[in-house]
Design a protein around this ligand. Structure first.
Ligand SMILES: C[S@@+](CC[C@H](N)C(=O)[O-])C[C@H]1O[C@@H](n2cnc3c(N)ncnc32)[C@H](O)[C@@H]1O
Length: 392
């Protein structure tokens, strides 16, 4: 017993040291270890109950966000009563009290006294554009699909998901892929774009680990028409703007491409960055760039679609000059950490896509006439940058 107490105290001290170090990679690693330790400590019945009860609090939270209750609690630092929340939002007082019980129990808000609720750091983070957008998008697009997925896959005889129709189409009663579906709902598309843009703000960027100077800048063309980078499916242009901020003197044009609705929704872009409406299933109009950059694109698509996208890129790459860079997860062949493993299921449920291992990436590139130069590791959790060129 005494030993268990000392070991627990040592563990807490180790966690505190990691937090004090402000090392994001170490923090994530410690989080992974803690989750593994929790799984070991839980009795099977605890683990199974936790799984059974896992959709409930997120569902209560989504309802409270939709009703505006979370936003109301976040407005002030002092506690708000259930009566006041009901008055401000028009939601039923008893419903608010019931929904806030699990949400308080998991620390998203704090019940400071009976039926009075104050914001926590999580409440404040949750109402920001990025996470509020992410939460609402994921709940609307992914959660429904995930809940329905076992029943859909049973109907298919448990075939791997490799294109439309898939779990998303079955759950949402549509023949559209997720992106055309999303474009029909501008508010949800705004949530998605905010989420995509914001989710890596605090993370290491690909150019923090990639040798930009020697691989991209050295030897790149400097004439007026030279193109340094095309960010294909670049959303709101966050990554390419960050690249420009870091390398303002880099020669050549910088171009972000995406679907018309996304390009039209861009609110702010660095002046040097140009935008272009382009469907990546059509031939790539920008030829001979120093680099074609794809972030979180290929994991959205099954192999056949990826090969089409990559072939269109390979067709315009200049041999010995153009590079293909893909910022993606690279799964280990075994013992995948939880987060990328869950992302793979997410890709299956929402986009009929998948996360891939080194072997799967190499095979995909090979089929499009490309070859891997190097798998760069961006940090913990298997995030990577895949550098490729035309096959020699
Ligand atoms: C997962 S998001 C990644 C966005 C951005 N690269 C990032 O990491 O923030 C996928 C992007 O692909 C775009 N997209 C989807 N289908 C497309 C198509 N057929 N042609 C061009 N872009 C497309 C979406 O609009 C979206 O911006």
């Amino acid at each position: 017993m005494a030993d268990a107490e000392k070991l627990s105290a040592d563990f807490i001290e180790a966690v505190q040291n990691v937090l004090a170090s402000k090392d994001e990679t170490a923090r994530k690693q410690m989080l992974g270890t803690t989750m593994q330790a929790m799984a070991m400590l839980e009795a099977p019945v605890d683990a199974i109950w936790k799984l059974i009860m896992s959709p409930h609090a997120p569902s209560a939270l989504m309802t409270l966000i939709k009703a505006g209750v979370i936003q109301e609690i976040a407005k002030t630092d002092s506690p708000s009563s259930a009566d006041k929340l009901a008055q401000a939002t028009g939601a039923d007082r008893l419903l608010i009290v019931r929904l806030l019980r699990p949400v308080s129990a998991i620390g998203v808000v704090e019940e400071t006294s009976q039926e009075e609720y104050a914001p926590t750091p999580i409440t404040k983070a949750l109402v920001g554009r990025v996470l509020s957008g992410g939460y609402q998008f994921m709940f609307s697009a992914a959660t429904r699909s995930l809940a329905n997925m076992p029943f859909y896959l049973e109907k298919t005889g448990f075939k791997n998901v490799e294109g439309i129709p898939g779990p998303f189409q079955d759950a949402h009663g549509t023949q559209d892929g997720m992106f055309p579906w999303l474009i029909k709902d501008p508010a949800l598309m705004g949530n998605f774009n905010a989420f995509m843009t914001g989710q890596r703000i605090d993370r290491k960027q690909w150019f923090d680990i990639f040798d930009v100077e020697n691989i991209l800048l050295k030897g790149s063309k400097t004439d007026q028409n030279a193109i340094m980078m095309v960010d294909v499916g670049g959303g709101e242009g966050y990554d390419i703007s960050m690249f420009h901020k870091r390398y303002p003197e880099a020669p050549g044009r910088l171009i972000v491409e995406d679907l018309p609705a996304v390009i039209d929704s861009i609110q702010e872009l660095a002046p040097k960055v140009e935008s272009k409406k382009h469907d990546f299933f059509q031939p790539q109009p920008i030829k001979g760039a120093r680099c074609y950059y794809f972030r979180s694109i290929l994991h959205d698509w099954p192999d056949d679609d990826c090969i089409t996208i990559l072939k269109h890129t390979a067709e315009v790459m200049t041999p010995g000059y153009s590079k293909l860079l893909m910022s993606e997860f690279v799964l280990p062949a075994s013992n995948t950490p939880l987060y990328p493993a869950l992302l793979d299921i997410n890709m299956m449920a929402v986009l009929n896509g998948m996360e891939r291992t080194e072997a799967q990436w190499s095979k995909l590139l090979d089929a499009a006439g490309l070859e891997v130069v190097k798998f760069w590791s961006v940090g913990a959790e298997t995030e990577g940058l895949i550098e490729a060129v035309l096959k020699s």
